[in-house]
Design a binder for this molecule. Structure first.
Ligand SMILES: N#Cc1c(-c2ccc3cc[nH]c3c2)n[nH]c1N
Length: 244
């Protein structure tokens, strides 16, 4: 997978040089290219923003600069374009799985009050463009959101996670974990400050362990994410309710 990121703060993406994503880049599984938007700003100040039409606070990012940058980066290609924005569709594990199936992603990182809306209009005629948000809070720009999305997508690519099963057991993963969050996890020592690991996990009985883990996931989902629990099959809730 190729990933292009356009931003006025390329240094924000240094974390993509380390850990899982860094190793995937070294192996060639991921080809991440970060571009400085100001390279396509031609005035002496390398301006990328201007005052908003209609008035209002802050500045808006100029369409001309974005247009030149995107045209230069994609050439005749057609990546899937993702524009982080608080007003976007929610970024979910399901969307991460979908994006992980794309051969080429282009992330356009806005700053200030955002990117002139004609940029999304322009490229929606030629590319699949998704405006995506990572949560109901407001950041100062799209860079952190892109870091979140690149990690969530990158870890799903073949060979990136040491244990492919991890992705299957992820919270929210399609299939058995859909609408469920993960339950508690434990490692050695068996007793820590007088706190014991649940006996079932030491039993070696894989069926009982699987049932216990699912029950714990359900309990945590009901407790922490009741809106997800409401989406679960009532039969599953009922079966576990008798024990919840
Ligand atoms: N994704 C996302 C975002 C943002 C965001 C994204 C881009 C810009 C550009 C200026 N301000 C921004 C905030 N805030 N909260 C989210 N969930």
């Amino acid at each position: 997978m190729r990933i292009d990121i356009i931003s006025i703060f390329p240094d924000y993406f240094a974390p993509l040089d380390v850990s899982l994503i860094g190793k995937a880049r070294e192996r060639g599984t991921l080809d991440v290219r970060v571009h400085q938007l100001r390279d396509w700003a031609h005035d002496v100040h390398k301006s990328v923003d201007d005052t908003p039409y209609g008035g209002g606070p802050g500045m808006v990012m100029k369409p001309e600069v974005w247009g030149e940058a995107i045209d230069s980066v994609i050439g005749d290609g057609a990546p899937r374009m993702v524009v982080p924005t608080p007003s976007g569709r929610p970024f979910t594990q399901e969307l991460a799985q979908e994006l992980a199936g794309e051969p080429w992603l282009l992330f356009a990182c806005g700053r200030y009050e955002g990117i002139d809306s004609r940029v999304v209009e322009e490229y929606s005629e030629r590319l699949r463009v998704d405006e995506v948000g990572i949560g109901d809070y407001v950041l100062a720009g799209g860079e952190v959101a892109v870091l979140v999305m690149v990690e969530a997508v990158g870890r799903l690519l073949p060979g990136v996670l040491g244990n492919a099963q991890s992705a299957v057991d992820d919270s929210f993963a399609p299939g058995a974990m859909r609408n469920l969050v993960e339950g508690p996890v434990y490692t050695k020592p068996p007793v820590w400050r007088g706190r014991e690991v649940p006996d079932v996990l030491l039993s070696g009985h894989h069926g009982k362990i699987a049932r216990w883990r699912r029950d714990q996931a359900l309990r945590r989902t009901v407790r922490n994410r009741p809106e997800l629990a409401a989406e679960l099959d009532p039969e599953m809730l009922d079966k576990h309710d008798r024990k919840l």
